[in-house]
Design a protein around this ligand. Structure first.
Ligand SMILES: O=C(O)CCC(=O)C(=O)O
Length: 232
């Protein structure tokens, strides 16, 4: 069992020209802040919605357990991952790709919960619904190196990313690795949209502030990333 076992998680400045939450299913209606083309919706989910989402994520982890994936170079990632939706992102010695089944159980991934799809509807500006929902768990020392999301086969649709639990230092760059970067601390309930010029922008998590949130009783951070992936 990992030190901070994700399966034991307990419930415990827009301007894009449309209402971020016409359904009222999410919390904040404040416009996002734009940083280098990334749209940051601060406090998008209130505490009750965050707790409900954690309950939904526990159910996903019950069916599709978190794994610590191996990179193509044979190094285990510091983040633990699982997925929901038709296609889940996986990595192993064969490299990065999307697969219709959990690599451990061999079962299809669970469906993406409505609580998460509601966020996509509110902020993506897209009528296309996501078919992939990556769930990343960050324990105390976990991080995610600067990378581009480019395994999806179609970059017309944005990537929508939600933060739950401990604060995380999110680094944002441009479409070239060597470009200048800017960082912001993401808090529980924040939502980031990477679309348009930012769709292929480099980004990563330098570190988390372990224990900074009370959402997950044992600490840590969950990131949920929604994407539209072309079937291969
Ligand atoms: O944890 C985050 O906020 C970012 C996750 C991410 O960049 C990814 O899964 O590709």
């Amino acid at each position: 069992m990992p030190k901070h076992d994700p399966s034991s998680m307990s419930p415990s400045e827009r301007g894009q020209g449309h209402d971020p939450d016409p359904s009222g299913e999410t919390a904040s209606t404040a416009p996002p802040v734009t940083i280098r083309g990334f749209l940051l919706y601060r406090d998008f989910l209130d505490r009750a919605k965050q707790e409900a989402m954690v309950t939904d994520l526990r159910a996903i982890a019950g069916e599709a357990p978190f794994l610590r994936p191996m990179t193509a170079w044979g190094k285990p990632m510091s983040v633990q991952m699982t997925s929901a939706g038709r296609l889940g992102w996986v990595t192993d010695r064969r490299g990065y790709r999307y697969e219709p089944r959990h690599p451990g159980t061999g079962e299809a991934w669970p469906a993406i919960p409505d609580s998460i799809l509601a966020v996509w509807r509110a902020v993506s500006g897209s009528t296309q619904m996501p078919n992939s929902c990556l769930v990343n768990f960050y324990g105390e020392a976990a991080r995610m190196g600067l990378h581009q999301d480019k395994d999806e086969g179609d970059f017309r649709f944005p990537v929508v990313s939600l933060s739950l639990g401990d604060e995380a230092l999110f680094r944002m760059g441009g479409t070239k690795r060597e470009e200048r970067t800017e960082s912001v601390w993401l808090r529980s309930g924040d939502v980031v949209v990477m679309g348009g010029a930012a769709r292929l922008a480099y980004h990563g998590i330098d570190r988390i502030r372990f224990g900074s949130s009370t959402l997950l009783p044992k600490g840590g951070r969950i990131n949920v990333t929604l994407r539209c992936v072309t079937s291969s």
